[in-house]
Design a protein around this ligand. Structure first.
Ligand code: SAH
Length: 322
């Protein structure tokens, strides 16, 4: 636009440090330039349709409307070490995992890098709480929107912007193997979480169609490569479903599969969604953890946050889109 280079830095700081959503708040930019910016660009924002606050912990769930009328969800969670936001990466999801509410009505579109970033900025502004971590575990499959997710990671960690260390970011995938190889090459320092949920192909395929594309052997090979290339320990998610993947034999298969691989297992009692009849509870999860421990595998049971506000992904959006 023929402006001096430092103007770009000023505008970047307004957007990513002060996080304003109106050009007129950019007080060190002349009125004339602000008018030109308004003609050429539009600053998008997320409209907060609903905000649910847990009475049990400080979890807050936001339902946002995007500028095209679609809805997404984010969840703000409080841990001992600070506040973390769980963000969505797509509107809906193609992956079809049987237990997951986000995929039931299918996929609509990918989120733009700015739409992922705005979930972090808006949660911070709305709550007045400082955000110290991001997990890409909301609606959507992050590695199915690879380029935009990588652009988002660059923006959120920008030294001139929010400057969030990627050490405080976790990306969860259902196992898109080629993209795991691609991601490893970037050596971003984030934590890769892999939604394993079963230790043999028959029971994994029964709940996760992606397993028919990339089976457990291919997935584990990619995970071992990821660790070899990045040196970052992988976290395996295991959504426990009573009667499906919770037996002593299942634990033995999991222990055999992981063997001496440097990783962490996170057991999640499956969240009940109304469209499916899957259950489990903390007691089953603790029992399964015990089986794993006897076999020398360290595991944790994920803390349940926001249980009273349906804080798991995709449940709120569905009420609004139907
Ligand atoms: N698509 C990515 C990230 C989004 S889901 C992935 O599959 O990893 C984030 C995590 O929540 C995944 O481990 C997913 O399998 C899990 N999840 C989805 N629905 C769930 C439910 N009803 N109960 C427990 N975990 C669930």
């Amino acid at each position: 636009m023929g402006e001096k280079k430092f103007r770009a830095d000023q505008i970047f700081a307004w957007l990513h440090v002060k996080k304003v959503s109106d050009f007129d708040l950019m007080s060190n930019i002349s009125a004339q330039l602000r008018a030109r910016l308004k003609e050429k660009f539009c600053l998008k924002s997320l409209f907060v349709v609903k905000k649910l606050e847990s009475n049990r912990d400080n979890t807050v769930k936001y339902l946002y409307r995007l500028s095209d009328g679609n809805h997404i969800e984010s969840v703000l969670m409080e841990y001992e070490h600070g506040n973390t936001v769980c963000v969505s990466t797509q509107v809906g999801c193609k992956m079809g995992c049987r237990f997951c509410a986000s995929t039931i009505a299918g996929y609509k579109r990918d989120l733009l890098p700015s739409e992922i970033l705005l979930q972090v900025y808006t949660a911070e502004r709305e709550s007045g709480r400082k955000i110290g971590g991001v997990v890409l575990m909301g609606i959507g499959e992050p590695l199915d929107n690879y380029d935009n997710v990588v652009a988002f990671l660059g923006q959120v960690s920008s030294k001139d912007g929010m400057d969030l260390s990627l050490r405080h970011v976790s990306l969860s995938t259902c196992g898109l193997v080629p993209k795991i190889y691609e991601l490893s090459k970037l050596k971003l320092g984030l934590t890769l979480s892999v939604s394993l949920h079963a230790a043999d192909n028959v029971s994994r395929s029964a709940i996760m169609p992606v397993n028919d594309r990339y089976d457990i052997n291919e997935l584990m090979k990619a995970c071992r490569d990821y660790f070899a290339v990045t040196g970052r320990r992988i976290s395996f998610e295991y959504a426990l479903i009573d009667g499906h993947n919770d037996s002593r034999e299942d634990a033995a298969k999991l222990a055999k599969l992981l063997g001496d691989f440097v990783c962490h297992v996170n057991i999640i009692p499956v969240n009940k969604i109304k469209e499916r009849n899957y259950h489990s509870d903390r007691k089953s999860a603790q029992r399964f953890r015990g089986y794993l421990e006897e076999l020398g595998i360290n595991a944790t049971v994920r803390r349940t946050l926001g249980a009273d506000i349906d804080a798991a992904c995709g449940q709120l959006r569905r009420e609004y889109e139907i």
